[in-house]
Ligand binder design. Structure first.
Ligand code: SF4
Length: 745
């Protein structure tokens, strides 16, 4: 049911609710698996919560729900919902909520009516009858032998006039923040349970207490989750009659971006071959559902990237979207791949790293759940990282505008991981973990990772790069964007001769491998070592092959790439100075002024990067020409002497340029455009004829001494919507926007 909220509008999935996994297995998908380590951690966390009659949960209920629970009792669901006093009820699983049925219920099943009759009368009015309720939806998908029911597993409920659900999950909340995609998935799951509980007690609150492990241990922490929007979406779901898993192919479906999480993905994706729906929602919206790739290519949409994606789908390979390399690849990057135990990011299983494909080091933690063992291994990694970072000690003098001389590092360290998930795990999570250590060398490694974490999120920075990110920036594929997160399969589309590795590139391993291989060798370092090496072999080889492919196929250009790398070098210089002075520190969470500055910098850099990429690369500029934002053509005439009379009566030089365009230019008169080859020259659109556009120069060539900047007659030109670059201001606005609070906060 929760999955339907991620893939709205798919009748096939809706009609197979409850039997989706079964249907997928029958069509050849592997049996669904959960890692035994994830299950063990969940059990461990549940055990921790149960200590002292759930004392920690009671504390979180007080803190976040402002309710004082009387005591903690083990109850049935009906008792818990009927209890008017505030108590924490532990409802042991499996908790099957029977739902009302319009057909005779089997004799063993309690009906919803029984639950309702034993529960307290509803404190608020039930939803209007016209709104489809969850039980109506489940009813339509129920198997005839059992009647409609929803199995929610064990539950924690706070009773009272407005009962509250307590949802327990095992992903961590680190420094007050949890993974947003996991929280979103939890919201959908919890909304289904709340909707089901409301069948018995309509006053069940939409505000749910979410309990998660805090930071890297098992101590619980909490946050309020309001699932009102998800409940509203559930209310709008309309489920058709259930279908048998035997007839999957006959059921209408809607393939789209959310499908990658659906058990039927492989089957449905194979049905889309040759259709634009295979490329995702954006392409379907651009080209229309049911359109074949061949039809779309014959009448392509006005979007250059969409056209490249269609070509990629047509040819079954990745197509280059750039003619030059837009990232700086350092001569001696540090490539890092790694694995951690499922559900426990701090439980490092293995790290494989080095500055050349054949110069690597493999660290394994025999028992990753043993804090001392993993800290010893992480300390070794931290020392190696510090040694690598310290090797960039050469500086060069730079004379500033005020004639002061400062020093800047001539090179900066560069971290490269197989995918963004590994980069985030390594720099952000492990960085925070190492900085909590009492050992100074471990902390130093954590400080360096903190610097990498800051650069990782800045658009255009090259201090942290990922193999899938690099491939995605320079090639497009004819499939869903989420599929490109698998390094092996993406690389295979870019370089078909490269062998494919089906294993995930980390940092989370395949749950099947966890149970079949890792579980057998954990605790025995000698046996774990070759296993971990083999598990990381694909990611290691593919990451280096990505770098080789980029170097071989796309030349790095000077100019903007150098400028962006120079910012990395300046940032590294500051970081190194702060480390030497002992003042390097990283806030757990940005607030107030630093948060405003950071977001403003992200916006400024994003806009600047878009401009730089287009000016550096004709293939990227093509996107703006195809969409009509830029004007491309041949200069047919230049009037260098044209003048206008200012309000003061002065004659002002304003040369005119006529550009013959092969396609119609539809931007309004007065549009400001900058010459791509010399962005200081700005002109406005004066008149538009079917095959010619007249521009009047307003900046950059309005003095006689500047007339040499004007393009010559016969020259091929591009006028683009990119003027001079915004500079990230060093001054702050007088007042911060309200959402950032005041500077003192
Ligand atoms: S994978 Fe198939 S069944 Fe699942 S949501 Fe997508 S189209 Fe529907």
């Amino acid at each position: 049911m929760a999955g339907l909220l991620a893939t709205p509008g798919c009748e096939r999935r809706a009609r197979l609710v409850g039997v989706l996994d079964h249907a997928a297995v029958r069509l050849g998908a592997p049996e669904p698996h959960q890692s035994p380590f994830a299950l063990a951690r969940a059990a461990q966390f549940a055990g921790r919560l149960a200590r002292d009659e759930h004392a920690a949960v009671v504390g979180l209920i007080r803190e976040h729900l402002a309710i004082e629970p009387g005591d903690t009792v083990t109850s049935t669901l009906a008792t818990a919902l009927a209890d008017p006093e505030p108590r924490l009820h532990v409802v042991p699983g499996p908790t099957v909520i029977p739902l009302p049925t319009r057909r005779p219920a089997p004799p063993h099943a309690a009906t919803l009516q029984e639950l309702v009759s034993s529960a307290k009368p509803p404190a608020t009015a039930p939803p209007p009858p016209s709104t489809p309720t969850l039980q109506e939806m489940v009813l339509s998908t129920a198997r005839p032998d059992t009647g409609p029911e929803l199995d929610t597993g064990p539950l924690l409920l706070v009773s009272g006039p407005t009962p509250h659900l307590v949802a327990v999950r095992t992903y961590a909340m680190v420094d007050g923040q949890a993974d947003p995609s996991k929280v979103a998935a939890t919201s959908r799951e919890v909304a289904v349970i709340v909707a089901a509980l409301r069948a018995a007690h309509p006053a069940v609150s939409a505000r749910v207490l979410l309990v998660l492990p805090r930071n890297f241990g098992l101590a619980p922490t909490g946050a309020l989750l309001d699932v009102t929007p998800q409940l509203a979406r559930l209310g709008h779901l309309r489920l058709p009659e259930p279908a048998s898993p035997d007839h999957v192919a006959d059921l209408p479906h809607r393939f789209g971006d959310g499908c990658t999480e659906c058990p039927l993905f492989d089957h449905c994706a194979s049905e889309q071959t040759g259709l634009v729906t295979r490329l995702g929602d954006t392409m379907t919206n651009l080209c229309g559902p049911g359109t074949t790739v061949a039809q779309a290519l014959a009448d392509p949409p006005p979007d250059h990237v969409a056209r490249l994606k269609l070509t990629a789908a047509d040819q079954g390979r990745a197509i280059a979207r750039a003619t030059v390399r837009h990232a700086h690849l350092a001569a001696r990057p540090l490539v890092v791949t790694g694995l951690h135990l499922a559900g426990e990011p701090a439980a490092v299983v293995a790290l494989r790293y080095g500055t050349a494909p054949d110069d690597e080091k493999l660290l394994v933690v025999a028992e990753p759940r043993d804090r001392e063992q993993r800290m010893a291994v992480l300390r070794e990694f931290a020392i190696d990282l510090t040694e690598y970072v310290s090797s960039f000690s050469t500086v060069e003098p730079v004379v500033r505008r005020d004639f002061t001389v400062v020093e800047c590092s001539t090179e900066a360290p560069q971290l490269i991981t197989p995918n963004p998930a590994t980069a985030e795990w390594l720099t952000d999570l492990l960085g925070r973990y190492l900085r909590r250590s009492p050992d100074l060398e471990t902390v130093l490694g954590g400080l360096h990772l903190g610097w990498f974490a800051g650069r990782r999120v800045l658009p255009g920075a090259s201090a942290v790069l990922t193999a899938t990110g690099l491939l995605g920036e320079h090639w497009v594929t004819g499939r869903l964007a989420a599929e490109d997160s698998h390094l092996g399969s993406l690389l295979r589309l870019v370089d078909p001769a490269h062998p494919t590795d089906p294993m995930p590139a980390g940092p989370v391993s395949d749950p099947l491998w966890d149970g079949d291989v890792l579980a057998d060798v954990l605790g025995r370092a000698a046996e774990l070592r070759p296993v971990a090496e083999a598990a990381l072999a694909g990611a290691w080889r593919d990451t280096w092959h990505t770098l080789d492919t980029l170097r071989a196929r796309l030349p790095e250009i000077a100019g903007h790439v150098d400028e962006r790398w120079e910012r990395d070098r300046w940032s590294f210089t500051s970081h190194r100075n702060r480390v030497e002075e002992g003042t390097a520190a990283f806030a757990a969470r940005l607030r107030g002024v630093p948060a405003y500055r950071f977001l403003h910098e992200l916006e400024t850099r994003t806009a600047a990067l878009e401009r730089q990429l287009a000016l550096d690369d004709p293939l990227i500029m093509e996107r703006y020409i195809v969409s009509g934002e830029a004007l491309a053509g041949t200069v047919t005439k230049v009037d260098r002497e044209h003048t206008i009379t200012a309000a003061s009566g002065r004659e002002l030089l304003r040369p005119r340029i006529w550009v013959a365009t092969p396609t119609e230019f539809t931007r309004p008169l007065g549009t400001e455009l900058w010459l791509a080859a010399d962005p200081k020259l700005m002109a406005v659109v004066e008149s538009i004829e079917p095959e010619s556009v007249e521009l009047v120069v307003q900046k950059g060539a309005v003095q006689r001494a500047q007339l040499g900047r004007l393009p010559a007659t016969g020259a091929e030109v591009v006028f683009a919507p990119f003027g001079s670059e915004d500079i990230f201001p060093s001054r702050l606005p007088e007042e911060l926007p309200w959402q950032f609070g005041t500077p003192d906060e």
